[in-house]
Design a protein around this ligand. Structure first.
Ligand SMILES: O=C(CO)[C@H](O)[C@H](O)COP(=O)(O)O
Length: 213
């Protein structure tokens, strides 16, 4: 089980500062969709250059022209690129094919997918690397969380790794860990804290304890 830090509400220098602080306690750093919208793929490039040993995920939430966008994110230095589960199968196949060619990975974000079970099974058969349940900010604001969705996809996904995102905090991490995802994605649960390093370290500790238990 790995820990991914999601950076959404920062510019490039701020992103680099946050990663400097927590780098010893995370496995993956996500350049969030708002950062890519504000700064472009340059954000992926700058963070990868600053932290070549960290896995960098570009949260492009691709919906179309998938092969091309995966190629551009890869050129910028991304190791994992996201596509939406709601995209056409042709787009998913294009993303997977391009990523495999370039030695990169595809994470499918299931945000807004209604038939989680059915779509997860289809995506699993299409050879994606990760299937991620995600309660976005707009549904978090309505009090929703991704915990039940994680249990649903865990019951059907056979080949892909599973991931979970959406408002996860130190206090809710134990419940997430219990469902045993391969990747736990945390944004505000770390970035909103005064002591980001200590929070990430505590999260990493809980994950390590669970993995070795
Ligand atoms: O992709 C995202 C928003 O669309 C976020 O990166 C993801 O939800 C994780 O951030 P948080 O833990 O703050 O919810």
């Amino acid at each position: 089980m790995k820990l991914q830090l999601a950076l959404d509400l920062v510019n490039i220098p701020e992103a680099i500062e946050v990663v400097k602080e927590v780098q010893d306690h995370i496995d993956v750093v996500e350049i969030g969709t708002p950062v890519v919208i504000n700064e472009g793929l340059r954000a992926v490039n700058e963070v990868k250059k600053a932290f070549p040993n960290l896995t960098v995920l570009a949260d492009l939430k691709i919906m179309d022209a998938a092969g091309y966008e995966v190629m551009k994110a890869t050129e910028a230095g991304a190791d994992i690129i996201t596509i939406l589960g709601a995209a056409e199968d042709a787009s998913i196949k294009g993303a997977v094919e391009e990523a495999k060619k370039l030695g990169k990975q595809i994470l499918v974000d299931m945000i807004a997918v209604k038939d989680l079970k059915g779509r997860a099974q289809e995506l699993d058969a299409l050879g994606v690397d990760y299937i991620c349940v995600h309660t976005g900010y707009d549904l978090q604001a309505e009090g929703q969380n991704p915990f039940e969705a994680l249990r649903i996809i865990k019951s059907v996904v056979k080949n892909a790794k599973t991931a979970v995102a959406g408002g996860i905090k130190l206090e809710t991490l134990p419940e997430v860990i219990q469902a045993n995802p391969d990747l736990v994605i945390v944004g505000g649960g770390i970035t909103s804290k005064e002591d980001k390093k200590a929070t990430a370290a505590e999260m990493q500790k809980l994950i390590k304890e669970a993995v070795t238990a």
